[in-house]
Design a protein around this ligand. Sequence first.
Ligand code: KIV
Length: 273
Amino acid sequence: MKRSVPDLMNSESPLVMVTAYDFPGGKVAEAAGVDLILVGDSLGNVVLGYDSTAPVTLADMIHHARAVRRGAPDTFLVVDLPFGTYHTGVTDAMRSAVRVIQETGADAIKMEGATPEVVEVVRVLTRNGIPVMGHVGLMPQTATAQGGLRVQGKDDESARRTLDGALALAEAGAFSVVLEAIPARLAKLITEKLPVPTIGIGAGVNCGGQVLVTHDLLGVYEGEEKKIAKRYAEVGRISREAITQYASEVRARAFPTRENSFVMKDDVLDKLY
Ligand code: KIV
């Protein structure tokens, strides 16, 4: 059964979130019984082949989120607002969020950052009935300004900024906050201080829940192991082996076999000669 915002906020057990980007991804996540599915703008990296999330557009997010929703009609669905779609003012942010909710059937949107401008956007959206998930720590959309894809919150200034940002987002109405790539002890402190659940990725075990990018979890890309993710399968290797075997069987005329072929009566064939 689909979780509601209050139900997620009061969850006794750690929340489980995974990313999905298409119909099969939504279907398998729902079948696995996760609490939330995130159509992350990591779409740009793991599906569209960009080297950052910055080129991902609102149209991309809507297109993919609609497919995920078709695969997962009964799971709480969160969709990332991509870079540039909530930075040009509250009205534009509201317009982007309304499009996502109306056109995809999402239950909530997520946005990165906790600048005063983003906090104001969160306040206006939530006042207008749009559930918002915040995101602090490492923020891939603005990673260049953060000095690259690196752990945040390690020094006084960065730890304070991360804590204050998470608090400000919760105060503005965010129903949960993603903590990405911050030290586990800082994540624990933020989790204890926040009135809403935190969802960690690379933030230790003491968060209110965990999120992983499904392609990392499934090992879709061979060889690439990230510290913040655990690989639960080797889908990339298995897929490559399957396609390699198919290719060699085609070349050896070992596929298709009789079982994969259709038959017809001899007399029908005879008339064609
Ligand atoms: O885009 C994404 O997949 C995310 C998760 C890493 C939280 O924001």
